[in-house]
Every structure is written in structure tokens, then in C-alpha cells.
Write a protein that binds this ligand. Structure first.
Ligand code: NAD
Length: 442
């Protein structure tokens, strides 16, 4: 049975969390740096600030979001007043990944708690410093029966999934997403899956080449490419491929210097397994820039690859690292052949000054979300729902969409007693003719 909390209590608790995160901001970035050398700027922008702004939005709107919503009644039910009540699902399991370990763990927890659920969070085992800090922080703010953190790896995750939940929110890989969906199906538990995919990024001949290169370099190499919505590969019009490549190389050097290993702004690969996976991807490929790596600290340089084969290792799965393959195209048919070779991606980007071209692209392909003339930034507007489609995910969240995601909308019709129109009751006799006539007026 769900342990209920009032909206007022939830709001006060979220204010305490806000104050605690602001107070511990330095500790959060230190933990993220210890885990994979995430630069302080990126830790603030993509983790702490992100969580703080969602918290502020939730605190400001929770009363309104939680209130029963009144709807215009259906005239055949006259006289009545119609509502939806936001009801918490109950016990929610949140399983989080390592790549934005603070943000991706906290965002669903905040929303699930705000909607009145009890939450168990399983953060990633690959970021022990951040996961430990999250555990400490949340245990100081929340009562254990409202929000609890359970740390651990595969076995802990599997044990949790074997239990019965009222909602499961999972962020991670497609492969594990399928395991989660199967576990949820055993109890018909609703599930949100925030997964990944191979995100195409199209550079049309009309694009502003310098700006496109700058924005792609930022979106690809932030977090060393370990971002679910990072451009996975570029599709560049052959008409501008050479000058665009020069711009790309220039922007990488401007951002990270000639030797990115010593740049304070460039983070590391999370662990040996992922580092080795990326090293293997470079075999038999044409490297245009980068390609260097160092095992001792899992460094991997921003790397550009020219014209990989579609059946090569690099084009098989999501890269999830700082390698950017570049494929030239001549016709829209070429684009189609490559993009439709993969499952529906989590993001798609198009750089073009030709409005009809970009508009046609975003309407033609199915993908989670994306940008015209930029990368990643669609995730930052909390008014826009964030999530995948097909293999890149099920369900979406952020802002009000998060509160709604964790609430069952219970529909209620309050019928008045002062009038009772008899037409619907048996015996029906000739009432059908009356009913058909009456319905024509509604
Ligand atoms: P992952 O799927 O390996 O792990 C995610 C979580 O699942 C971790 O907490 C892990 O302990 C747990 N887990 C791992 N194997 C499991 C199993 N067999 N059974 C049960 N639980 C298991 O993902 P990851 O490596 O942490 O993260 C990278 C992936 O996540 C990428 O594919 C990326 O695209 C995706 N991702 C998606 C989003 C999004 O918002 N859509 C955000 C970040 C990352």
C-alpha cells in the first residue's frame, strides 16, 4: 500500500533538496571529476544547473499540476462536472546510467516524488563517487520510505527488477532496455525507457559551415561524446565536404588545443571496457584527425573518420564516444539509404539555410527530437518533452511531462441528482429513434 504524502509536504521537501544541491554544488562537480574528469563547467551546465532548474519549475508549479483538472462535460451526461485526478502510481523504480550520473538519476526521482510516489533509485555502479554522493544527499533530505537509494551493479539491478513495481523508469542502453521491458511485462508494470541510437547529423550545401562545425564539435565532444543525443555520424553534402572538414578540424583545435590530452575542458572515457571498444572501432578506418588514446587514464582524442563502410564496426551500433564518422552524400536518396539503415534514432540534426530542405527532413524521418542548425539544445527547454521513439525509447519527460508521466490520470464524472433523463434506461422500446435525433444536435 502506498504511503501517501501531501502536496505541501512534497513541495517543502523539494525546497530542502534545492537548498542542499546549491550548498553541495562544489562536492557534486568534484565527484563527477573523480569519476571521469568531467570539467567543472560541464558538471554545472549539464548536471547541477539542469537539476536545479527542473526543481525550481516543479516547486513553482506542483500545486497547479497536482490539482484536479476540470473538463467541459459531455452533453449526453448532462448535468455533470468532469475531472481528472492525478494519482501516484505507487512504488517506482528508477534505474540510471553513468554518462550524466547526477542529472539522469535525480530528474526522474524529483518528478516521481513530486507526483506522490515512493521511489527506489539504483544509480550507476560505474560512477561510484557521484552515486555515493547522491545516496548521502538524498538520505539527508528524504525519509527512507519516500525515496531510497540502493547502490550496486548488475546483480542488484536484476534483483530489483525481479520485484513487483507500479512504475519503472529506465535510462540506459537498448540491450538492457529490452531486459527491463521483459521484467516489467511479468507484472504488467508501466515502463518508460530512455534509450539511445545512431543519431544522424545532416549538413546541407546551404549550411553556415563555420557555425555548423562549431556547434557540432560542441555537441559531439562535450562529455567526450558519451551523450545519448550526441551526433553519432555526419552526412555531408559532397559539394561542401572539403571546406566543411577544414572547419571541423579548426573548431576541434580551437576548443581543445593541438593536444586535447592536456585540455582541462576534455573529459575521459568511463572505463577500460568502453575505452577498448572505441579503440577497436578505429581498426581499418581512415583517420582524418585524432585517433590517439592512452589507457592509463582512458583518454581518447576527438577523432574524425572519413567514409566508413556501412557494415564497419563503427557504423554498427551507437558509438557513444568521441569518434565522428563523416559520410558524403549527393542526393536525398543517399541520405535515405543511410538513415533508414538504422532503427529510429533518439535525435536528428540538420544544418541548412534552406528552410524547405530542413523542414522536409524533420518531417520525413521518425526520431525522438532534435534541432535545426544546432545540436543537443532541444533537451534544455523543459517545456519540450524529451524521449525516444521505436528502439530509442518509450515515453517522454521533463517539466510538466515528467509530473504527468508519474501520475495516473483518473477520470471522474460527478453526476448531479436534480435531473435524470430517462432515455438511456431499459425498457428501450422506441427510444433509439429519439436518441438518434437528439444526438444529431450535440
Ligand atoms: P546500461 O544499459 O549498461 O546501464 C544502465 C543501468 O542499467 C545501470 O544502472 C546498470 O547497472 C543497469 N544494468 C546494466 N545491465 C543490466 C542488466 N543486464 N540487467 C539489469 N540492469 C542492468 O547503460 P549505460 O552504459 O549506463 O549508459 C549508456 C547508454 O544509455 C547508451 O546507450 C545511451 O544512449 C543511453 N542513454 C540514454 C539516455 C536517454 O535519455 N535516452 C540518457 C543517457 C544514456
Amino acid at each position: 500500500m502506498l504511503i501517501k504524502t501531501s502536496v505541501d509536504y512534497r513541495k517543502k521537501t523539494l525546497v530542502k533538496l534545492l537548498v542542499a544541491i546549491e550548498k553541495h554544488e562544489k562536492e557534486i562537480s568534484t565527484a563527477l571529476f573523480a569519476d571521469f574528469k568531467k570539467p567543472e563547467f560541464e558538471a554545472f551546465l549539464t548536471e547541477t544547473y539542469f537539476v536545479l532548474s527542473e526543481l525550481k519549475l516543479t516547486i513553482k508549479n506542483i500545486n497547479n499540476w497536482a490539482k484536479p483538472k476540470r473538463y467541459f462535460p459531455n452533453l449526453v451526461n448532462f448535468p455533470s462536472s468532469d475531472y481528472t485526478y492525478s494519482e501516484p502510481y505507487g512504488k517506482v523504480l528508477v534505474i540510471a546510467p553513468w554518462n550524466y550520473p547526477f542529472q539522469l538519476a535525480l530528474l526522474p526521482v524529483i518528478a516521481a516524488f513530486a507526483a506522490g510516489n515512493q521511489v527506489i533509485l539504483k544509480p550507476s555502479e560505474l560512477t561510484p563517487n557521484t552515486s555515493q554522493l547522491i545516496s548521502k544527499l538524498l538520505s539527508e533530505i528524504f525519509q527512507k520510505e519516500h525515496v531510497e537509494v540502493i547502490q550496486g551493479g548488475l546483480e542488484v539491478s536484476q534483483n530489483l527488477l525481479a520485484k513487483r513495481w507500479d512504475y519503472i523508469f529506465f535510462t540506459g542502453s537498448v540491450a538492457v532496455g529490452k531486459i527491463v521491458a521483459q521484467a516489467a511485462a511479468n507484472h504488467l508494470t508501466p515502463v518508460t525507457l530512455e534509450l539511445g541510437g545512431k543519431n544522424p547529423c545532416i549538413i546541407h550545401e546551404s549550411a553556415d559551415l563555420r557555425l555548423a562545425a562549431k556547434r557540432i564539435v560542441w555537441g559531439k565532444f562535450i562529455n567526450a561524446g558519451q551523450t545519448c543525443i550526441a551526433p553519432d555520424y555526419l552526412l555531408v553534402s559532397n559539394k561542401i565536404k572539403q571546406p566543411f572538414l577544414e572547419n571541423l578540424k579548426k573548431e576541434i583545435i580551437l576548443a581543445y588545443g593541438e593536444n586535447p590530452k592536456i585540455s582541462p575542458d576534455y573529459c575521459r572515457i568511463i572505463n577500460e571496457k568502453n575505452w577498448e571498444r572505441l579503440v577497436t572501432m578505429l581498426e581499418n578506418e581512415t583517420i582524418l584527425l585524432g585517433g590517439k588514446s592512452a589507457k592509463e587514464d582512458f583518454y581518447f582524442a576527438p577523432t574524425l573518420i572519413d567514409e566508413p563502410k556501412l557494415d564497419s564496426l563503427i557504423m554498427k551500433d551507437e558509438i557513444f564516444g568521441p569518434i565522428l564518422p563523416i559520410i558524403g552524400y549527393d542526393t536525398e536518396n543517399d541520405l535515405e539509404k543511410t538513415i533508414l539503415n538504422f532503427e529510429k534514432p533518439l535525435a536528428l540534426y540538420v544544418f541548412s539555410r534552406n528552410k524547405s530542405f530542413s523542414s522536409a527532413i524533420i518531417q520525413k524521418y521518425s526520431f525522438g527530437g532534435g534541432c535545426i542548425n544546432d545540436t543537443l539544445i532541444h533537451i534544455s527547454n523543459s517545456k519540450l518533452p524529451f524521449g525516444g521513439v521505436g528502439h530509442s525509447g518509450i515515453g517522454c519527460y521533463h517539466g510538466k511531462a515528467s509530473f504527468d508521466l508519474f501520475s495516473h490520470k483518473k477520470a471522474i464524472v460527478k453526476k448531479a441528482n436534480w435531473l435524470d433523463i430517462a432515455i438511456r434506461y431499459a425498457p428501450y422500446n422506441e427510444k433509439i429513434n429519439w436518441l438518434k435525433k437528439a444526438l444529431k444536435w450535440f
